[in-house]
Each structure stands twice: as C-alpha cells, then as structure tokens.
Design a protein around this ligand. Structure first.
Ligand code: FES
Length: 227
C-alpha cells in the first residue's frame, strides 16, 4: 500500500518532505538550480622566458663592454684609403707646369711642383730635367715656404723664401742659398703614369731630405720635349 503524500511540516527540509518514492530515489528528483561560476582565465605565457631575457641581457652587456674596450683599436687598425697629404697624391697632366715654367702649388699634397729644363742650374747644380715635388715645410722650424716670383736675390728674380726667418731656396730644386735652415727643401718621390699624369707619394715617411742634389732627382716625363 502506498504511503500517503505528506504535507511538508514547518521547519523540515523540503527534500526530507518529498514522497516516499522520491525519498527512495525512485521518482523524479527535484531540479537543482546551479549558479554559473566564472572560470579564471589561464595566465598568458610570456613571449620570452625569464631565462632567455636574463641571458640576452648578460651577453649584450658583455658585447658592449668588449666593443668599448677593443673598438678604438680595431678602428685604428682598419685599413683606409688615405687621401691627400700622407698618401699618394695624383696630379693631372694639365696641372703639371711646362719645363722652366712657374712652380705650381699642389695644396692637397703640401708641395710645390717644379719642372726643370735639363742642364746646369744658375746655382751650379746639374739636372737631366723633369718634375720635382718640393715639400713646402721649411726644414728650419716648419713654416710653410711660399713661392715669391717677384723676390729678387743674388741678381735673380723668383725664389722660395720662408717668411719666418728668411731661408731662401732656388726655384730650380729648392736648394738652400741663404738662412738658418739646416738643408734644402725635402722632396717627395714621383711615379709617372702612361697618360702623362703623375702620382706624388707624400708624407713625412716618404720625404727624402733635401740637399744640393735636389735638381738631379727630377723625373722626366714621356712625351715632353726637354732642352
Ligand atoms: S722656419 Fe723657415 S727659416 Fe725659420
């Protein structure tokens, strides 16, 4: 015989007051009301791990420190193409004076270019003729020696004359004839190219000490009529 359905009593839990079938689990269970629970978002994985970040910082700092220590030395040793004084200075055919002509100033190489006629100079030196590169640095105390076309001395016009202490040098080779300078103007080696231009090897390490033999150092150019 089925038990009668009871009316829930006051103060008694509803599940304790269902039908007998319900309490025995035979009947339909009362529906449970579930409240949706928010699931926390999974933490985002960093693009770079802490280990990689620390190691990267360490190697970068080490690299910068090494660059700071050895960079200047490496920069100094890096070979560069030296231009101007201290390296080869080309002089085009058009800038080479005629034999016996006025000296030409080659500013880039800090020298005077003279072109000698063959024979004996007014000062008594012998030359086969040719071009000569005279370093314009005075051998006395280093002043720049200008060409003075109007300066008269020893009955001749046109000399290289130092403005500092008056050392005077011939136009035919920069030979010292007067003043406190210890020697004549120094000369630079000259290489001749096939097209008639020249290259002057400049720099203190290339200079040959000046002497009375300066005119004999002149280099003849191909295609030029001498004498
Ligand atoms: S520096 Fe040229 S004569 Fe003294």
């Amino acid at each position: 015989m089925e038990e009668e359905e009871k009316t829930p009593e006051l103060g008694v839990a509803p599940e304790a007051t269902g039908t007998v079938a319900q309490r025995r689990g035979l009947g339909p269970r009362p529906q449970e009301v579930t409240t949706p629970v928010a699931t926390p978002a999974a933490p985002r994985k960093p693009l770079v791990s802490r280990r990689v970040f620390v190691l990267g910082g360490f190697w970068s700092a080490l690299g910068l420190a090494l660059l700071g220590i050895f960079g200047p030395q490496l920069d100094f040793l890096y070979p560069r193409k030296v231009r101007g004084f201290g390296g080869p200075v080309p002089v085009s055919k058009e800038n080479i004076p005629e034999p016996g002509g006025e000296p030409v100033r080659i500013f880039e190489g800090r020298f005077w270019l003279v072109h000698l006629q063959p024979g004996i100079t007014p000062n008594g030196e012998e030359t086969q003729g040719g071009v000569l590169a005279l370093w314009w640095k005075c051998p006395h105390l280093g002043c720049t020696v200008p060409w003075r076309p109007d300066f008269s001395f020893l009955g001749r016009k046109g000399w290289f004359r130092c403005p500092c202490h008056g050392s005077t040098y011939t136009r035919e080779g920069g030979v010292l004839v007067f003043g406190p300078a210890p020697r004549s103007l120094d000369t630079f080696p000259i290489e001749v190219r096939e097209d008639g231009s020249i290259v002057v090897l400049t720099g203190p390490d290339k200079a040959k000490l000046g002497g009375k033999d300066n005119p004999s150092r002149a280099v003849r150019l191909p295609g030029v009529q001498y004498g």
